[in-house]
Design a protein around this ligand. Sequence first.
Ligand code: ZN
Ligand code: ZN
Length: 350
Amino acid sequence: MKAVQLTEIGSPLADREVPIPTPSSNEVLVKVRAAGICRSDLHYRNGASPVGTLPLTLGHEVAGEVVDGVVAANDSKEMLGPGTRVCLHYLCTCGACAYCRSGREQFCRRAQMIGKHRDGGYAEFIAIPSRSAVPIPDPISFEHAAVMMCSTSTAVHALRKARLTAGETVAVVGTGGLGMSAVQLALAMGAIAVYALDIDSGRLETAAGYGAVPVRVPKDASPSAAARLLREATGGDGVDVAVELVGLPRTICTAIGALRPCGRAAIAGIGDEPTSLHVYREIIGAEREVIGVSDHTLGDIEYILALADQGRLRFDEVVTGTVPLDAGRINARLDEMAQFAGGVRLVISP
Ligand SMILES: [Zn+2]
Ligand SMILES: [Zn+2]
């Protein structure tokens, strides 16, 4: 079969001819129908994020059709065989350890991410543990299901970790792909108002289209000035929940500063600079909570599929086009991403 692989760090991805994978007894073989091109793939190609053994097929946002093996239906009443439309949790986990059994499979010691530690979806077929393949409700396309497997599922994990309940207010700090998902998800989960913070007025306009109250932060604003702008927009003490999706020290401090007393900040943005804050003033004195968010779980995937099935999530502005399974086209898209150009999300349809 054809696969687009990373053969050397820092070099373009290459078209390769490889054997169709043989699924083991607990795995299914899936014919890939859609695979999202993600910014993380750029980091794997240029070496910014370490990956497993090369050559490696990239692609961790994947949806397709079962061709061999069975998966459990979402209501667990029956096992579904070949022809079932599925989307793939990007973590392959053992299913047997204490973390897997308690729905915290991101911490499974045997977890491997597809398209990073083991072969992913930039190929005609992929083998994956059947527990990682989740049936897709009929109204959801392969393309939309694929892009839900990364930013949407991590955004919902952040909101659930923050214990968002109906009637609360939310600040979304950073309105990239994760932020656009977080705005829609927070409203679908019953938030009474969602404030979107960003320095980019174009992105804020899109967020407002999804129902957010836009709060534009000047590029050189201090975290306390940005948090003050947010509190002014709320007309009060700040928000119950803040979701931080950028990963810079100043956006992390802004998210915490945006909270009213007893508010919860879920930090999902990944950065490598240390953040310093005044623990008494920022956390203890107002009994605020700061919560780490890492990846997402199978439960989060089932939850967002149910929301999308009810038409409560929109992806038409998110998926901006499709490309064939071709190394040249995928490399061109990654080059575009490196320049922060092009649409929101391109999907490969092999
Ligand atoms: Zn991704
Ligand atoms: Zn496990």
